[in-house]
Design a binder for this molecule. Structure first.
Ligand code: SF4
Length: 438
């Protein structure tokens, strides 16, 4: 849990990207009942709790264990229960190790300044001598809530972690467990907001400020840890802009503006800007059926129309998904929508109805087969083999000599995507044939 309990704010750090770009969204959201808890968000909270638990133990008690010892433990968030899986533990370890390695790199002393009375004596023993001598130099904050009263009475947030060396470097971390949208560190508003909170009144005393996103499950060409090194001056400028943007959200008739930030906005279904965008794109009036049910086939679109769709595809897809989820909720709560009903998916797989042990012994008894034949054995993946053999010398090279990375599927991406531009398949095939002299 966070050290300081920070109440929800409509202009808080976590939603900054949305209300900064769409100041009118706050007024729309205020008209809605509180959003229903989402399983994805709750899973993220559980993963954050694991990260916090491991990091605090590493920092405060010099713990020798890592998140893998928590595999199988349960976290309960918003009535959802999540077991710590290997994937979650690996993600938490990446986050914790990134911070610990950075601390070593910048010469940050990670130990804490807490009252030691009442501490678990076992924990005491785990502290090394050097640690105990330096207990008054704490250069780390974990899940620390902050308020920016000089910016706005409601400006606040809770930062996952930050480490620093006074007068030198401040590093601010944000852990993201989401797999869907890779988040950039550069010019990230949420992170700059956290940096103001983490630096406090010492902002201008640092020489550099580093913002780090750790997002282990989303594919990104720069890998799961992305960094942006900036200056106190840039953060100070952001702080001034922050004040103005917060004021914008409070203006009557504050503007609404669609963009990628709409994805996490609860007001999508009542938002006029979203409705206009949808009409503009679909070129149909939802109040009437399109003539002959005909929507243009993609081959009939002009390049400009294709671009217009692509520029807004994510927005539209998300909107349609939200409308469908909302319709399902209406029906599930006993409401009606003409022409629609609730059904059960028949895409389910049969499951054994007893414990694994009982099923194994009963099947081998009744079917007369060797219990071994009831289990699958398959070759481990290269990553699993490396993991099983740990740091054994030469493992990585030997494994590398027996594996290859298949080419990924072709995907559509925006020009600013950092991945290399690919040659169209038709041209690549033609070049290959030419090279062969066929
Ligand atoms: S859906 Fe998009 S445009 Fe509409 S209020 Fe939300 S963020 Fe603004």
């Amino acid at each position: 849990m966070a050290e300081t309990v920070i109440q929800h704010s409509s202009v808080g750090a976590s939603s900054c990207e949305r209300w900064w770009n769409c100041p009118g969204s706050n007024a729309l959201i205020a008209k809605l009942p509180p959003a229903e808890p989402s399983k994805y968000a709750a899973e993220g909270t559980a993963a954050h709790a694991l990260c916090e638990h491991v990091l605090k133990n590493k920092v405060h008690y010099n713990a020798k264990w890592d998140a893998t010892v928590c595999i199988g433990e349960t976290y309960e968030v918003d009535d959802f229960q999540f077991k710590v899986t290997e994937e979650m533990a690996t993600a938490a370890n990446l986050y914790v190790n990134t911070i610990l390695e950075d601390a070593k790199r910048i010469g940050c002393n990670l130990r804490r300044t807490v009252q030691l009375e009442g501490q678990n004596p076992e924990a005491w023993k785990a502290w090394d001598k050097e640690t105990q001598e330096k207990i008054n130099t704490l250069w780390v904050n974990i899940e620390k809530g902050f308020e920016l009263k000089d910016v706005d009475i409601e400006a606040r947030g809770t930062n996952d972690a930050s480490i620093y060396v006074p007068g030198e470097t401040l590093i601010v971390y944000d852990f993201k467990y989401g797999a869907g949208i890779p988040v950039e560190a550069q010019e990230n508003k949420q992170m700059m907001y956290y940096a103001i909170g983490a630096a406090g009144k010492n902002l201008m005393s640092f020489k550099s400020i580093e913002l780090v996103i750790v997002q282990p499950r989303a594919e990104h060409p720069l890998g799961p840890v992305r960094r942006w090194v900036t200056t106190p001056e840039r953060i100070a400028q952001f702080k001034r802009d922050l004040k103005e943007h917060i004021e914008e959200t409070r203006k009557p008739n504050a503007a609404t503006r669609t963009g990628k930030w709409c994805r996490f906005c609860n007001a999508k279904l009542i938002c006029p800007a979203m409705r206009d965008k949808t009409y503009e794109l679909a070129k149909i009036d939802f109040a009437q059926k399109p003539e002959n049910n005909a929507i243009k086939h993609p081959s009939m679109l002009t390049p400009e129309e294709i671009k217009l769709f692509l520029d807004n595809a994510d927005l539209l897809e998300q909107y349609i998904k939200d409308v469908k989820a909302y319709a399902l909720r209406i029906l599930d709560n006993g409401g009606t929508i003409e022409g629609y009903k609730l059904v059960r998916s028949n895409k389910t797989h049969r499951k054994w109805n007893d414990s694994e042990e009982n099923i194994t012994s009963m099947l081998s008894l009744e079917l007369g087969i060797d219990p071994e034949d009831l289990y699958d054995k398959s070759l481990k993946t290269p990553a699993q083999v490396e993991k099983a053999l740990g740091n054994t010398k030469g493992v990585k090279d030997i494994v590398a000599s027996y594996c290859y990375r298949p080419e990924g599927e072709l995907k559509l991406a925006r020009d600013e995507d950092l991945r290399e531009k690919q040659t169209p398949t038709a041209i690549a095939d033609f070049q290959a044939i030419s090279e062969l002299g066929l």
